[in-house]
Write a protein that binds this ligand. Sequence first.
Ligand code: IVH
Length: 703
Amino acid sequence: MSQADLNESTDPAQRAAQQAAQLRAELHLHAHRYYVLDAPSIPDAEYDRLFQALQAIEAAHPDLLTADSPTQRVLGRVLDGFTPVRHAVPMLSIRTETDTEASGATSFDARVRRELELTDDAPALEYNAELKFDGLAMNLRYERGVLVQAATRGDGETGEDVTQNIRTIGQIPLRLHLAPGETAPEVLEVRGEVYMRRDDFEAMNERQRQAGDKTFVNPRNAAAGAVRQLDPSIAARRPLSFYAYGVGEIQGWQQPDTHSGTLDALQAMGLPVCADRVVAHGSDGLVTFHQAMGVRRDSLPFDIDGVVYKVNSLDLQRRLGFVSREPRWAVAHKYPAQEQMTLLQDIDIQVGRTGKLTPVAKLQPVFVGGTTVSNATLHNEDEARRKDVRVGDTVIVRRAGDVIPEVVGVVLEHRPADVGGPFDLYKQLKGVCPVCGSAIAREEGEADWRCTGGLFCPAQRKQAILHFAGRRAVDIEGLGDKLVDQLVDSGTVLSLPGLYKLGIAKLASMERMAEKSAQNIVDALEKSKHTTLPRFLFGLGIRQIGETTAKDLARHFGSLDRIMDASVEQLLEVRDVGPIVAQSIRTFFDQAHNREVVEQLRAAGVHWDESEGAAAEQGPKPLAGKTLVLTGSLPMLSRDQAKELIEAAGGKVSGSVSKKTHYVVAGEEAGSKLDKARELGLTVLDEAGLMALLAADEGHSLP
Ligand code: IVH
């Protein structure tokens, strides 16, 4: 706003009115750029400054306040209830097709053609295909361009006035945008869906959790709760969004003659309209849209439960009319539901590979997200308690995409009188691991309970064996996961020392094992017996002990016995060993069976040179024999730093990409070397990937 504009009038009251109008116009524009176009042109602080300037003027001149002022978005009073609103034009529902196959689209097209008495050779009909947003329907009433009322659908005839909550949605224009010279429609009701984006939902739930408040089951429920929130200041903190998909009452507006044209016009007036819509021809076009959106469903930023097909011509829509409360010209073609209700029959506790104890809901089987689900994760004890799930409850299960099914909440209205008590993992397990009977523990600040059984627990045994046999541990070549699965499942190997009792005959009796490969394993076992203290220590798989810590411990104490007997205080003297690591070592060696495993391994012949092994071990070279090429600039490391690190890890840095290159590390503005790498199908890493290779601390072998 220029000084000249502000000075136009000398009458103070008139000048304030001009300023307020100007500020409002600017704020409307910037709010639209920010919320709808996602392309702000001024910094937030500048927006705040304009906003505060307007607030100040309105405070000094209350008569200047208008319903469409941006300052009115967040204001309002706590309500006792919502006022009923009778819809000028009823809010209808749409017929739903639940077929997962194309037939939903073809039968709709066939029905419409029949109703319109079209012959088979008549050209394909034009439809508008759009998304079926999973939120709640809303009617926005604009009078002479100003938002005067927002109402829920209610029973279709009468809804509720939720204007003050809807005003808080930044995307909804408080005043319609009009082209220069264009007059505002006398009345324009815009219909659409209020919803919550998935990221906004997650962030909001996280805030609720932090504050110890109740979390919401899904974005739809959260949105519905926010819309019907009586305290507008709470509603303002619930991040809602809106998409327009139609119109209600119209007076004094020349509506375009198609549905797609109407959506374009609404968009031009500043209303958010989803870009994922197409004008489709015939049932083929509809089928294509249904399939394409089905594929994209899980990667959209918001939930949809299907797609909607609408006859595009308004003239044809009028000819088709309605049957009961549903238009004949529209249909919702749903996708398989991703949430279902079912009975929680029991809560099992599974032992993961690192001893993590996960509560798993045992459900009455239910068809959800395209498959029958009878188990769903409850994540951990805190989550289960927060959701207050109890055996006997009716719960909501969600399965979206390939994600493991989860219990998202309880339907409290269906809770039976004889429901079980609150979930208590420790009590349920009586303090011991369900697989091996070892004590369970939950460290402070951790979400998970764990079995302390370590090497003794069969559920952890496979992983423990693979870790011990890993290249950076004692390195038993050829002992892969398929073989380990067989050895453990058949009861052949019950613990690490059992590995060294394996003979050729036993090994050769395993699936896909020939005499020759059995012999190779036996040789590899023999070779692995001569190791180093850091490798052995790392191989034991003590939580928190990576290769570096293992080396530091070996160097500091010089012998395994001294490490096993060290107190927490003594362990804390080691470089980079903190209380958590020290306690983890202590806990491990306090378990008699872990000490026994160590003794049996030694008895089997596993040995190392303590004096030399401890001090001289340079550490394995994770990049030995590998050639890397660096291209582009990395976020943290300079070219030289990256080179130094690679070389220290035994790797070689080359200036050009060839078939002999093992890895290409690409940063910002990587050029032709990256293209060449892609052409050759080489492994391309970013800086984090390089760091992971270098650290390679957790026993994973390199690709
Ligand atoms: S059109 C006369 N279009 O689905 C047709 N509805 O039963 C009126 N919905 O709760 C509705 N996305 O809120 C239409 N693109 C869309 C929609 C949509 C979601 C909801 C609507 C209502 C239900 C229709």
